[in-house]
Design a protein around this ligand. Structure first.
Ligand SMILES: NC(=O)c1ccc[n+]([C@@H]2O[C@H](COP(=O)([O-])OP(=O)(O)OC[C@H]3O[C@@H](n4cnc5c(N)ncnc54)[C@H](O)[C@@H]3O)[C@@H](O)[C@H]2O)c1
Length: 245
């Protein structure tokens, strides 16, 4: 019960790693507002998780939808202790094959969406005397990679935003940390986009020779959400099988 009675706002909760984080928050005794644009899967999961979970349809690139979802969390659970900015989209391709429309769309969801979340939720945390914000970045924000000019730029921006917001919110006891997962092969975002040949190549390049699991990323989420990490802010938390070495 490492999150006993903590209220967690989790985006991108309907599938992939978000689903895993949602299950762990409930298992650790928390209350959960889970949001996603995929409302069918989200509502189904919330029903399965029971009355401590509540689902709202929410596009993270919309400022008004952030306001509505924040209000819902406050009405239903009385405030917010933890925000997990997990929702994100991936694109992969060399710079000439990518388009400016894709660049703008990815920045709008991954970067503006994360920024809007911190803007909407941090006043609630400040009023409550503190909180923990967890931004999901990526191993592509630790070094350079070919074919990730757009996704990589968005994840470096999230990593940078984390440090700036950690400084800005530290006087209010709001901690802001980033998680940089390596390749997680059980999610649509990754295995759904790369073919089996590329998946095998990626696995071979990982020092531990295995993909990261969703549950291993959820363990970091629980740690950073809990009071066990009370002295930790502004950090990059790698869970990448050693790729960053
Ligand atoms: N899978 C990996 O290997 C990997 C590695 C590093 C980082 N990440 C990051 O982890 C996070 C979760 O990724 P995943 O692999 O579980 O992906 P996923 O595609 O399985 O899940 C992402 C979820 O976000 C939702 N979503 C997409 N756009 C949205 C929007 N505009 N508003 C609200 N919700 C939206 C989707 O509906 C989906 O449920 C992402 O930020 C991703 O960039 C993934």
């Amino acid at each position: 019960m490492r999150l006993e009675d903590k209220v967690v706002f989790l985006t991108g909760a309907a599938s992939g790693m978000g689903e895993s984080h949602a299950r762990r928050v409930i298992a650790e005794g928390g209350y959960l507002l889970m949001t996603d644009i995929a409302w069918d899967a989200g509502e189904q999961l919330a029903a399965e998780l029971g009355e401590r979970a509540c689902f709202a349809r929410h596009d993270i690139s919309s400022e008004s939808q952030w306001a509505q979802a924040t209000e819902l969390a406050c009405e239903r659970f009385g405030g917010i202790d933890v925000l997990v900015n997990n929702a994100g989209i991936l694109t992969r391709g060399d710079i000439q094959s990518e388009t400016v429309e894709t660049m703008r769309k990815v920045l709008d969801i991954n970067v503006v969406g994360t920024w809007l979340g911190i803007r909407a939720v941090s006043p609630v945390m400040i009023k409550r005397g503190g909180g923990s914000i967890i931004n999901i970045s990526s191993q592509v924000a630790y070094r350079g990679w070919p074919n990730y000019s757009i996704y990589g730029a968005s994840k470096w921006a999230i990593r940078g935003l984390t440090k700036h917001m950690a400084m800005e919110l530290a006087p209010h006891n709001v901690r802001v940390n980033a998680i940089l997962p390596g390749a997680v092969d059980e999610t649509g975002l990754f295995s759904g986009r790369l073919g089996p040949d590329l998946m095998a190549q990626v696995k071979e390049s990982i020092p531990l020779k295995r993909f990261v699991t969703k549950d291993q990323v959820s363990s970091l989420v629980v740690y950073l959400a809990s009071d066990e990490s009370a002295a930790t802010t502004g950090t990059d938390n790698l869970v990448d099988g050693g790729v960053s070495i």
